[in-house]
Design a protein around this ligand. Structure first.
Ligand code: MOS
Length: 734
């Protein structure tokens, strides 16, 4: 193996950067197919009830109209998705029931997008409306059996008694609102039924293989009859991890019309049927001794789901990893409301859970008069709540390194004690963790006779830098320049890969790439061992490295891949591997850790917050590319700023209508809202998590940001805000 696989990899530029900035990287709505027609969804304007009539007469006056697809003429299909085969997450015009606001109720299909959107607007849908349940307090409550296959509740010891007897205790409720993902690229699907009955889909999806399985199930065809292509995705954040209604409706429209169909969601429709982060109410109770050591902890979540599907925002799980005391209980409960089914959104569970837990830790620090960093250091652990040792845990290093860079020691802990002119100054911090995930993945590495390398995996680069990271892994392990490697991703025809979600893609596919390189190495070594003409003939295999574009032992003895292949008359050589997790999750707790330090100014006459600076440190195992990783952290932190201060989906309590389904009223951070962010990468070697020691970086950046901001607002103003987002009305003095 090459020795040049550093713990923190070189900050190389993106290999796909030029294609993206020159507009030549194709996205799912950018395949100019012959005979392509355009579909636009008509969505419900009630939150609950039935469609009584659909009057399409006026729509048929639009020139170029091909069809209006409704529950009366839509192809019959099976519902359910690869993620939740038994749940009706998707609404595919199979009946007249309206289950949530903006549910698809018809699709207009026309020769141009403009004609389709005109026709869609002319479809008159009449309803028999019922009273929807949208108020969190009124929905039917139940306890889910499990969370994504794990138990939904866990307890050990007697936390209630331990907290009751503790010297210092608190028991608070923290709430987070509904958030929508809003990636820059709207969801888009281009679907084509081929003459052999197979289906080709250009889809804005985080995983082509899971996507293909849902199309196969829905249409009752073998999965190898579905070809999904997703070369470039303009952001996912979890909403593109499920094959939602619009995507399947595109393929249904293609079936109905016999033409290739493209369907792109409008921006308001990005709030309709593609999932969202559910509203949460979280109770956190903590008990500690006078020295600040936690003795008992309870973290209970109530979150919303839909009336027809189940999604659990797993917020309380983070409490099992951060500072679990001997007595601890976590629990999750759901409330059924008349909305679409919620889904995974960047750090699902940890982002919301950390707001509650890390706010509560700050409140405990205040109650104990102990510095918040010191309190967390005193509660650092070597095992999680399930008594599993951490494969590696660099939380303390993250906190101390970021605190140093931030100059945390200048902080006067007294609220309202620091000022800049007429502004109150707040300094706050919070810690973070995110689990290390991986799934089975395969990869192919092909070395051609000219020495060039092609690497293939079905995994999708959702904007994270996956093309670059895998190019870098292959180049470093093979000892060739990155410019010699062509990375091919996002196609079901390549070796299988899991969804780019759960921060798992680099760990999963990167491990497969490493094993595929090892497979190629073994084949190359067999060639030179059997070949008397090779300068490496007779050299011990373990002294041969993959460097300088070939196999070399000490003293420059060796030859290039091109020389080996050419002399053997081979056009190329392939290494293949299937990588999968072992039993490590049964014996180890595996997490990335981090810490955020925030400085902000509060104008008490306006209630406004101006962020000044954020310093964050993360330890996420091996970092393949320091530049793309830092960009992921910047993005996660910016997402956290939105969660903390700007974003909130508002529902009309009477009608369950979303009232701000647009980017002028659903606020996201702009450049002026985002302060200078410094990211510290804490090098961390972990030989347990997977073959390449990668923990994943896509989601941990957001975890803890909202708490760090809320904690800084408390420090500035003396006001504890437990309900996100932190808007001026909550900051203003009472
Ligand atoms: Mo991420 S929310 O696991 O796609």
């Amino acid at each position: 193996m090459s020795s040049s696989f550093p713990l923190v990899g070189a900050p190389n530029d993106r290999v796909d950067g030029r294609r993206k900035v020159t507009g030549t990287a194709p996205y799912s709505a950018e395949y100019p197919l012959a005979g392509l027609v355009y579909a636009v969804m008509v969505t419900a304007t009630i939150g609950k009830g039935r469609v009584t009539t659909i009057d399409s007469r006026d729509a048929y006056h639009v020139p170029g109209l091909i069809a209006i697809m409704t529950h009366e003429n839509a192809p019959r299909v099976k519902t359910g998705t690869a993620n939740q085969p038994n749940a009706q997450e998707v609404m595919l015009l199979q009946d007249d029931v309206v289950r949530y606001d903006r549910q698809p109720v018809a699709v207009a299909i026309a020769d141009t997008f403009e004609h389709a959107i005109d026709a869609a607007a002319r479809v008159i849908v009449r309803y028999a409306a019922d009273q929807p349940t949208i108020a969190f307090k009124r929905g039917e409550r139940y306890t889910p059996a499990q969370i994504h296959g794990e138990p939904a509740a866990f307890s050990k010891g007697d936390p209630a008694a331990a907290i009751a007897a503790a010297a210092v205790k608190l028991d608070n409720v923290y709430t987070t609102p509904v958030y929508h993902h809003n990636p820059m690229e709207p969801h888009a699907t281009t679907a084509v039924w081929n003459s052999d009955g197979s289906l080709t889909v250009y889809d804005a999806t985080q995983g082509v293989d899971t996507d293909a399985r849902t199309y196969a199930t829905t249409f009752g065809i073998p999965v190898n009859q579905v070809h999904v292509i997703a070369k470039f995705i303009g952001g996912g954040f979890g909403c593109k991890g499920t094959t939602w209604s619009h995507a399947l409706l595109s393929a249904m429209a293609a079936k109905l019309t016999g033409k290739p169909v493209q369907l792109v969601l409008t921006r308001p429709q990005m709030f309709s049927s593609v999932g969202f982060r559910p509203q949460t109410h979280q109770r956190v109770a903590l008990g500690a001794d006078r020295a600040g050591r936690l003795v008992g902890q309870i973290h209970e979540l109530t979150a919303q789901t839909s009336t027809f599907g189940e999604f659990v925002e797993s917020s309380a799980i983070i409490s099992t990893a951060m500072y679990p005391p001997p007595n601890i209980a976590i629990a999750h409960e759901l409330v059924r409301l008349n909305t679409a089914t919620p889904t995974y959104m960047r750090a699902p569970g940890e982002s919301t859970g950390s707001f509650a837990l890390e706010s509560a830790m700050d409140e405990l620090a205040v109650a104990l008069a102990i510095d918040p960093v010191e309190l967390r250091l005193r509660n650092d652990v070597t095992k999680d709540a399930h008594d599993l040792p951490f494969s590696s845990r660099s939380l303390a290093k993250c906190m101390t390194q970021a605190a140093d860079r931030f100059d945390w020691k200048r902080r006067n802990p007294q609220p309202r004690s620091m000022r800049a002119g007429d502004q109150l100054v707040g300094l706050g911090m919070a810690a973070a963790s995110y689990p290390t995930n991986r799934s089975a993945a395969s990869a192919l590495v092909r070395i051609a006779a000219d020495g060039s390398v092609t690497v293939q995996s079905a995994g999708v680069d959702i904007g994270t830098g996956a093309y670059t990271a895998f190019t870098q892994i292959a180049a470093e392990l093979l000892g060739v320049p990155m410019t010699s490697v062509r990375m091919e991703l996002g196609d079901t025809q390549y070796p299988s890969a899991p969804v780019a979600g759960g921060s798992q893609l680099t760990a999963s596919v990167g491990s497969a790439v490493k094993l595929a390189v090892l497979d190629a190495r073994a084949k190359l070594l067999a060639l030179v061992a059997a070949d008397a003409a090779s300068p490496l003939h007779g050299v011990a295999a373990d002294s041969i490295q993959l460097v300088n574009g070939g196999l070399y032992a000490g003293g420059g003895r060796g030859e290039t891949y091109a020389a080996i292949l050419t002399r053997n008359g081979l056009a190329g050589l392939e290494g293949r591997a299937d990588a999968k997790p072992g039993d490590e999750k049964k014996t180890y707790a595996m997490h990335a850790f981090g810490a955020h330090f925030v400085e902000l100014h509060v104008d008490e006459s306006l209630g406004t917050i101006q962020l000044q600076r954020i310093v964050s440190a993360f330890a996420s195992g091996r970092i393949v590319n320091a530049k793309t990783a830092t960009s992921q952290y910047y993005g996660g932190i910016t997402f956290g700023i939105g969660m903390a201060m700007f974003e909130e989906t508002r529902f009309d309590d009477r009608t369950a209508r979303i009232m701000n389904a647009n980017l002028s009223e659903y606020l996201v951070p702009t450049n002026a809202d985002v302060p200078p962010i410094e990211v510290i990468i804490v090098p961390e070697e972990d030989t347990i998590v997977n073959e390449i020691g990668v923990k994943g970086i896509g989601e941990i950046g957001i975890v803890g940001v909202a708490a760090a901001i809320a904690n800084a607002v408390y420090h500035a103003t003396g006001r504890r805000i437990r309900d996100l987002p932190i808007t001026p009305d909550k900051v203003l003095p009472a």
